[in-house]
Design a protein around this ligand. Structure first.
Ligand code: G4P
Length: 539
């Protein structure tokens, strides 16, 4: 049912759609679980068991779902908290950097950067941060594991500023007694939150008391020396630390930093409060049809993830659409930007304990809807009611690992082709062809090598194809546009190969970064693209 304009604007205004970026092991799953606990989605948080094995095959949430029996959607976790509708996007947590994570970030309006207090900025954090930076996403930092003594907090802030080039300012600060975290100083309130141990390993929310810096309670908790030391630290934060600049946060140029422990929950509540008060609701987005304001345009959104075979009993696919404007209106006719095809909006899907069910909520801008799809939608597609527009920004990254796919049983060839094309449409791999050289043997490209393991596993399980990969000696690739002859000239040199993707766009594979750089410098006639060049949308 269509909401009146004011109610729609209110609904959109309470959406907070974000992702957590972190290096594996920083505590993302633990923090996610605590957000669920605080949001009332689960009653008690259990220790999430070791999920290291087979981590890449499923998302952390699916594992969590299995272990804890909670109901979550496969791509976004939503719950209501203090008047907000929280949409926490899943960013797969495996080491190997994957495009899925990039794409989830295109659907987010802000991000939480989670750091381990002993490790500071790590490799994966750096990569994910750079994606957020490009999109100017507001980033809120949570320094985790402060129940253990780690790096000096000011040194850590310095590390973030130097490594990532973003201004940081203290929002909360750890308060310790004998090295143990017992509270956090809340800079905005100029007071201290003192927590009581729950004695249940953080399964429940701890009691917290808000006390003054010169209060008896604080002195009783950390002693006279502790109070003096904290007063010095607070002075240092004010003198040496950056000022709280909330406008710079909104522009993605500064990050408020909170300290705490997802394990004991100390500091999590203040962080969440601060984050939700500063994180933006859905904001206007650029499209080929101009800037689209979330509350003033009919339904529009883009596909940031496609997943096949989520429910083994239904061999269909679900396209996850980030809604950018308006309200999901069942029965309305939308247009798919890439093809111009009409698409009737059908009941959106949710996944409860792996069972597909109809979503019972009205999705509005900021939400994610799962659309059942029989092949008309791809990652990056815009779906819009009332005109053919396109949102840019769900990039297809150039792969860094390449392999030819061989099968033992030639009779399974059709199944292989079907599996490869489905998995390519999902964005798990990039399917490439070089007919003149490889004959009928397909080539696959992936951004991370781990995607190949997923490919083989899924071909076997979902398509009954036992395949083998023969790695090819290329390490980078670029889409290339320009005169055909010039493309061939570059591609025919030693250590290179010309291939085409499923849309017929040309790529050149290179055996190393150096030859790629030289080609880019020397070949004036050609343009090299590190993401797939999208064809312009004709109105
Ligand atoms: P990830 O999703 O980012 O990979 O991290 P995850 O939450 O799985 O946490 C990784 C490890 O760090 C886990 O320990 C977890 O208990 C621990 N951890 C998370 N938050 C905190 C924190 O605030 N303080 C401390 N001290 N540890 C934290 P593990 O040994 O791998 O597993 P487990 O046996 O503890 O479950």
């Amino acid at each position: 049912m269509a909401l009146p304009a004011a109610a729609l604007a209110d609904e959109i205004g309470r959406r907070r759609t974000f992702a957590i970026i972190s290096h594996p092991d920083a505590g993302k799953t633990t923090l996610t679980e605590k957000l669920l606990l605080y949001g009332g989605a689960i009653r008690s948080a259990g220790s999430v068991k070791s999920r290291r094995s087979d981590r890449h095959a499923t998302s952390d949430w699916l594992e969590m779902e299995q272990e804890r029996g909670i109901s979550i959607t496969a791509s976004v976790l939503h719950f209501d908290y203090q008047g907000f509708r929280i949409n926490l996007l899943d960013t797969p947590g495996h080491q190997d950097f994957s495009e899925d994570t990039y794409r989830a970030l295109t659907a987010a309006d802000s991000a939480i950067m989670l750091l381990d207090n002993r490790k500071g900025v790590e490799m994966q954090t750096r990569k994910l941060f750079s994606v957020c930076r490009k999109r100017r996403l507001p980033i809120h930092t949570f320094v985790n594991k402060c129940d253990r003594v780690g790096e000096d907090p000011l040194g850590l802030l310095d590390d973030v500023q130097v490594e990532l080039g973003i201004d940081c300012f203290v929002s909360t600060w750890p308060v310790r007694r004998d090295g143990r975290l017992i509270g956090v100083y809340d800079r905005e309130r100029s007071k201290v939150w003192l927590y009581e141990e729950t004695g249940d390993h953080g399964q429940s929310r701890p009691e917290a008391a808000l006390v003054d810096l010169d209060s008896d309670e604080l002195e009783a908790a950390i002693g006279t020396d502790g109070v003096e030391r904290l007063a010095e630290e607070v002075e240092l934060i004010e003198i040496a630390g950056a000022e709280a600049d909330f406008e710079a946060v909104a522009r993605g140029e500064a990050s408020p930093v909170c300290f705490g422990s997802a394990l004991t929950n100390f500091g999590v509540d203040v962080f969440l409060e601060r984050f939700l008060s500063l994180a933006p609701p859905p904001t206007p987005r650029e499209s080929t049809g101009g800037v689209v304001a979330p509350a003033e345009h009919p339904f529009s959104g883009f596909v940031f993830k496609v997943q096949a075979n989520m429910d083994p009993r239904h061999r269909d696919r679900v396209a996850f659409v980030r809604v950018c404007s308006g309200e999901f209106d069942e029965g309305a006719e939308a247009v798919v930007s890439r093809t111009g095809q009409k698409l009737r909006l059908a009941q959106p899907q949710e996944f409860m304990a792996r069972e597909r069910v109809h979503a019972d909520t009205n999705a509005v801008a900021g939400d994610v809807v799962g659309l059942l799809d029989r092949g008309s939608l791809r990652v990056g597609d815009t779906v819009a009611v009332g005109g053919r527009i396109e949102y840019p920004g769900v990039p297809r990254f150039s792969p860094e690992h390449f392999a030819q796919v061989h099968i033992e049983d030639a009779l399974r060839r059709k199944h292989l082709d079907r599996g490869l094309s489905h998995l390519a449409e999902e964005g798990t791999i990039l399917l490439l062809f070089a007919p003149s050289i490889t004959g009928p043997i397909p080539i696959v490209g992936a951004v991370g090598g781990l995607q190949f393991d997923v490919l083989l596993d899924r071909l076997e399980r979902e398509y009954g194809v036992s395949a083998r990969l023969e790695r090819l000696p290329f390490h980078c690739a670029r889409w290339v546009t320009g005169p055909d002859k010039a493309i061939d000239k570059v591609a025919n040199a030693y250590g290179r190969r010309r291939v085409e993707d499923a849309d017929g766009a040309a790529l050149i594979l290179f055996d190393n970064e150096w030859t790629l750089r030289r080609s880019i410098e020397q070949e004036d006639e050609l343009t090299f693209h590190d993401v797939q060049p999208r064809t312009a949308v004709s109105a």
